[in-house]
Every structure is written in structure tokens, then in C-alpha cells.
Design a binder for this molecule. Structure first.
Ligand SMILES: Cc1ncc(COP(=O)(O)O)c(C=O)c1O
Length: 286
């Protein structure tokens, strides 16, 4: 596959990254994943804005990554990806002798991007049937709004879910169900969709934002407010959202059913609206 590395397109296996790279040494960097349908990028602007947000807060040497939308398009083209695909971006502060503070002079940031074919079948199955999740204590730091490559807590929590036969782990902080290891969390209670407010304790998901907009467009009552773990018995529906998970119903939490234990009508309505939006932006799905 052809990838992008610091301004050049080249075969992925020819890329080598310095052992002094601060992404490797300190997880001092950011990443993004963009989805393409029918070879067309979906919601690119939101992903680039979030990368720029992280870059500004990390004081990276590059703060405007808008050029990466063209890089993403090129990668789809160069790799002949005309159907479902994902684009992965990773940017770090660059390579410099090891030291915690920002290196002086500032190194050139490392910018990597690659494209891969994406098999939508497992997601579609989960979207149809729903998934079981577990709750885990949130042991992450307090800047989850930046999509940094420091994902140790997410890795450990997701592995815990896998070992328990669940598909995702939801982080709970001070009794509040915040989000998943790679997804946002939404619940329906008292006929209202509720999701954690966009604070520093969650990633401001691009899919989350679109789902809230679809609620507004489809007259689905919704609010951004904490969902407490103690609210679980009263939920009628729940789902997770994400670039690769789209809108996946959560039918069980820690082995107990959510509502009827089946995907509910609000989830189904939003899945339909979401599919329609993909079709509008990227054409009809196979
Ligand atoms: C921790 C976390 N929350 C939420 C999301 C969902 O965000 P998006 O909808 O932008 O993919 C992700 C995606 O990877 C994530 O890693």
C-alpha cells in the first residue's frame, strides 16, 4: 500500500520512523481515523478540525492540518480504494534527543497517513443485533478531548471487555458513564436521548455531533447531561457511536439487558437517518 510520510507518498514498508520520535518515546502526538464510503471521504472537516484542536493544545510545530484532506483523497486514489476504507493519520512533535520538555530547536513534526480497505460486515452485524459492553473505572487523564496516541488505559479496558466476551468497555468517572474506549455513549431514558456533555473528559466524537444534529432534525428529544451508572436499570435504549462503529446498539451492560434487551426504535430511527446522510454525502452503499 502507498502511504504518506512527511510530504512524500511511498510504499508503506519503506517508511522508517526514528527511535527518537517523541510519539514513540512519550506518546507525544495525535491521531485521527476517517471513514470513506464508495471511495469518498465522510466528515473530513470535523476530523481535521479536531486534529487542529489537539495540535494547538499540544503546541505542535504544525497547527493547521487542512492539507491532509487532499492527502487522504490522494491515498484513496493511489491505492485504488473505491469502496469502504479508513484513513489513519498520526502526527507527533517529531524526533529529538530524549527530554521531557519541548526540544529546542523545535523538530519538524512527524506526519504519517495511510489508507486501508475496511470490511463493513462485522460492524453491520453488530449494528443489527447489538452488543454487550462492560463498565470500567476511568483511569485516563483529564484531557480526553485531545485524540492523543497515549491510549494505554483504552487498550487495557478494551482487552478486559474482550476477555469477558463483550465488545466495548465504557469508562465510568465519579459514577458517570462517559464514553467507550473508541466510541461515545448515548442512552435513552424517559423518552429523551442523553449523552455526556462535550467536556475535557470525553473525545468530542464526529459521529456523536452528527447524531445530535440528526436528533434535532428528526424531532428526537435529546440533551447533553451525565448518564449515571445508577440510571442503567431505567434506560430503554443505549448505543455507542464512532467513525467505524457508526451507531451500534448496546443491548447489555455487564450481562444485564438494556431495556427490552433488543435494539430500540430511537436507535433504529437514528441508524436510518445516519445511513441516509452517508448516502447524501458519499452515494449509495453496496
Ligand atoms: C475515546 C473515543 N471516544 C469517542 C470516539 C468516537 O469518535 P468519532 O465519532 O469521531 O470516531 C473515539 C473514536 O476513536 C474514541 O477513541
Amino acid at each position: 500500500m502507498i502511504a504518506y510520510f512527511n510530504g512524500t507518498y511511498l510504499p508503506r514498508e519503506e517508511i522508517s520512523i526514528s527511535p527518537d520520535d517523541r510519539g514513540f518515546l512519550f506518546a507525544d502526538g495525535l491521531y485521527e481515523v476517517i471513514r470513506a464510503y464508495n471511495g469518498r471521504l465522510f466528515k473530513t472537516g470535523g476530523h481535521i478540525n479536531r486534529l487542529n484542536h489537539g495540535a494547538a493544545h499540544l503546541n505542535l510545530g504544525i497547527r493547521d492540518f487542512s492539507y491532509l484532506s487532499e492527502v487522504a483523497r490522494q491515498l484513496l486514489e493511489k491505492n485504488g480504494l473505491t469502496a469502504d476504507a479508513t484513513i489513519y493519520f498520526q502526527v507527533t512533535r517529531g524526533a529529538a534527543p530524549r527530554g521531557h520538555a519541548f526540544p529546542e530547536p523545535s523538530p519538524e513534526p512527524t506526519v504519517f497517513a495511510s489508507a486501508s480497505p475496511f470490511d463493513p460486515a462485522p460492524t453491520r452485524l453488530n449494528m443489527e443485533k447489538g452488543i454487550g459492553v462492560i463498565l470500567v473505572p476511568d483511569q485516563r487523564w483529564a484531557r480526553c478531548d485531545m485524540k492523543t496516541v497515549g491510549l494505554t488505559a483504552n487498550v487495557l479496558a478494551n482487552q478486559q471487555a474482550k476477555e469477558k466476551g463483550a465488545k466495548e468497555a465504557l469508562f465510568v468517572r465519579d459514577g458517570v458513564i462517559l464514553e467507550g474506549t473508541h466510541s461515545n455513549f448515548m442512552a435513552v431514558m424517559d423518552n429523551c436521548l442523553v449523552t455526556a456533555p462535550a467536556s475535557n473528559y470525553i473525545l468530542h466524537g464526529i459521529t456523536r455531533k452528527l447524531v445530535l444534529a440528526l436528533c434535532a432534525e428528526n424531532d428526537i428529544p435529546h440533551r447533553e447531561a451525565p448518564v449515571f451508572a445508577t440510571d442503567l436499570p431505567g434506560l430503554t435504549e443505549a448505543f455507542i457511536t464512532g467513525t467505524t462503529t457508526e451507531i451500534t446498539p448496546v443491548t447489555a451492560v455487564d450481562g444485564s439487558p438494556v431495556g427490552s434487551g433488543l435494539p430500540g426504535p430511537v436507535t433504529r430511527k437514528l441508524q436510518k437517518a445516519f445511513a441516509a446522510r452517508i448516502e447524501e454525502d458519499c452515494g449509495k452503499q453496496a
